[in-house]
Design a binder for this molecule. Structure first.
Ligand SMILES: NC(=O)c1ccc[n+]([C@@H]2O[C@H](COP(=O)([O-])OP(=O)(O)OC[C@H]3O[C@@H](n4cnc5c(N)ncnc54)[C@H](OP(=O)(O)O)[C@@H]3O)[C@@H](O)[C@H]2O)c1
Length: 287
């Protein structure tokens, strides 16, 4: 099987790269800061000095970094950006949760190099990566999406092709619009129950058994009740996704009062110094 360039080895990317290597894929990896590459080199990954160098060695180039700005640096930095190294016929895969506007801009840049872009953000957090249970949400050319599915099979329980370029990220933003609102709401509901004398852990388990509570909301509720500190999906990342979801809606004249309220909760948490903490830490805003 051909080589995959893997750019961005944060909480998600480092685990995804490891899983791909363990699934028999050949990887060349790059990360802005050097710390995460050592463990992957030990597993057999080649380490590139720049995104461009990594892309030059691969037929499929994956990026999973923080946001639009980070992705722009990785792909389009004039000297070292991955786009400069894309082979004609290669598939570029943007797996970061980013905006449809950025996907449109990147798609044009990738096309200018004779390659094809697939937007392929993921649903599922760190345990889902480790179990190979992500859901990959793809937009773009169907034949290129098939190549993504084959190359990245060890990562996911499902690959969903949602249509034209940008549809994968738009759908992902819709998911996190729902998730962000539910997590913010769970924090205030648990605070209310605790104030009325409920044991929080028992209350979460009781809520989890009722159909009105989603599995994701129950999972975050459990993390809140346990006071879990370990970061899986950070407050600032959730705020970014809500911001992007609201902007995508606003561009089409869609009101989002609940999304705005949820964003306000995550922004307050960030201002309180919890930006890098797990999203469940919004519970700390309440008594
Ligand atoms: N965590 C989750 O549960 C989850 C689930 C689904 C989707 N996502 C999405 O996946 C993406 C990555 O999330 P994560 O949890 O892995 O985040 P993370 O742990 O904070 O990692 C962020 C990555 O982006 C890199 N980066 C940031 N700014 C950069 C820049 N200017 N230039 C180059 N690289 C830059 C970081 O490099 P350094 O190591 O040098 O800082 C790191 O590799 C985000 O878009 C997030 O919304 C996350």
């Amino acid at each position: 099987m051909s080589t995959i360039a893997f750019l961005g080895l944060g909480a998600m990317g480092s685990r995804m790269a490891r899983r791909l290597i363990e699934g028999g894929r050949t990887l060349v990896v790059w990360n802005r800061s050097p710390q995460p590459v050592a463990g992957l080199a030990e597993l057999g990954a080649r380490v590139a000095a720049s995104p461009r160098e990594a892309a030059e060695a691969a037929d499929l180039v994956v990026s999973i970094v923080t946001d639009d700005e980070a992705a722009r640096t990785v792909w389009l930095e004039p000297q070292a950006g991955a786009a400069q190294g894309l082979r004609a016929g290669a598939v570029a895969v943007e797996m970061s949760t980013v905006t449809p506007a950025w996907i449109a801009e990147l798609g044009a840049a990738v096309k200018a190099h004779g390659a094809t872009l697939v937007d392929a953000p993921v649903a599922g957090s760190l345990p889902a990566v480790e179990a190979g249970q992500l859901l990959v949400l793809m937009g773009g050319d169907a034949a290129a999406a098939e190549k993504v599915k084959e190359a990245l099979a060890p990562l996911a329980a499902g690959f969903r092709h949602l249509g034209r370029s940008g549809r994968g990220v738009r759908f992902k933003l819709a998911l996190n619009h729902l998730l962000g609102a539910q997590v913010a709401l769970m924090a205030e509901v648990l605070s209310g129950l605790a104030a009325d004398g409920f044991d929080e852990k028992a209350a979460v388990e009781a809520l989890a058994g009722v159909p009105v509570v989603s599995p994701a909301a129950a999972n975050y509720g459990r993390q809140m009740a346990a006071g879990q500190g370990e970061r899986q999906f950070g407050v600032d990342l959730m705020a970014k996704d809500l911001r992007y979801a609201l902007a995508a809606g606003a561009a089409k004249g869609v009101e989002a009062p609940i999304g705005r309220a949820a964003l306000g909760v995550f922004e307050r948490a960030s201002q309180a110094g919890l930006g890098e903490a797990n999203a469940s830490s919004v519970r700390k805003l309440y008594p």
